[in-house]
Design a protein around this ligand. Structure first.
Ligand code: GRF
Length: 212
């Protein structure tokens, strides 16, 4: 059984997609041990509670320095002994110590087709604003392992989504979530839980993949 922690900052629709996929069998062999938020008002915590999942808040604001926060954050995460850390709209920079300790065991969802519209400054609606201002016709989402860079780790899954004339950043954000994020995030977790993803020479390789 793959034990996971889901890290969130906001609404938690990706968390909900994971919970639903576990409930309906799209994700197998997986248990959410804890939901961790840096924001105590995140609706994601409410979603965890509604499903009887332990939720907690740990925020840099409550610590004197970033170093102290990083230490407490790592200690807290370690206490749950999870196999995989899932960043589902988590807006805090992951401490280097954590990346080292959880090498190829942290995944993130990014709402574009990496390497387009990613890296420093591309988060939330800014990604979709960038897509619209460049006028590309196709965007999408990417699930990748987290390394020391910003959105640079090995890519596990990507899914394309069409940009439509007249899209606003909000409309496009919603379409990317519905048609890509909520699909490939659960798929990636299911693949990992069933031992089908390995990292070879810096690339994520999917050993066997049957579309459900
Ligand atoms: C998603 O667009 C995700 O790709 C990005 O942050 C958003 C989180 O949304 N990293 P939610 O909290 O899962 O609803």
């Amino acid at each position: 059984m793959l034990k996971i922690a889901v890290l969130v900052s906001g609404g938690g629709t990706n968390l909900q997609a994971i919970i639903d996929a576990i409930d309906n069998g799209m994700i197998t062999n997986t248990e959410i041990k804890v939901v961790i938020s840096n924001n105590k008002n995140a609706y994601a915590l409410e979603r965890a509670k509604n499903h009887g999942i332990e939720g907690l808040c740990i925020s840099p604001k409550d610590y004197e320095s970033r170093a102290e926060f990083n230490e407490a954050f790592l200690e807290k995460l370690n206490s749950y002994e999870v196999d995989l850390v899932v960043l589902a709209g988590f807006l805090v920079v992951i401490p280097e110590m954590m990346i080292k300790q959880y090498r190829n065991r942290i995944i993130n969802i990014h709402p574009s087709l990496i390497p387009s519209f990613c890296g420093t400054g591309f988060y939330g609606l800014k990604v979709h604003e960038g897509v619209l201002s460049r006028g590309v016709k196709v965007t999408g989402a990417t699930v990748h392992f987290v390394d020391e860079g910003t959105d640079t780790g090995p890519i596990i899954l990507q899914k394309a989504v069409e940009v439509q004339q007249g899209d606003t950043p909000e409309v496009l954000q919603r379409r990317v979530m519905e048609q890509a994020e909520w699909i490939i995030m659960p798929q990636a977790i299911d693949l990992i839980a069933n031992g089908k993803v390995s990292v070879v020479d810096g690339y994520a390789v999917i050993t066997e993949y049957l579309m459900k």
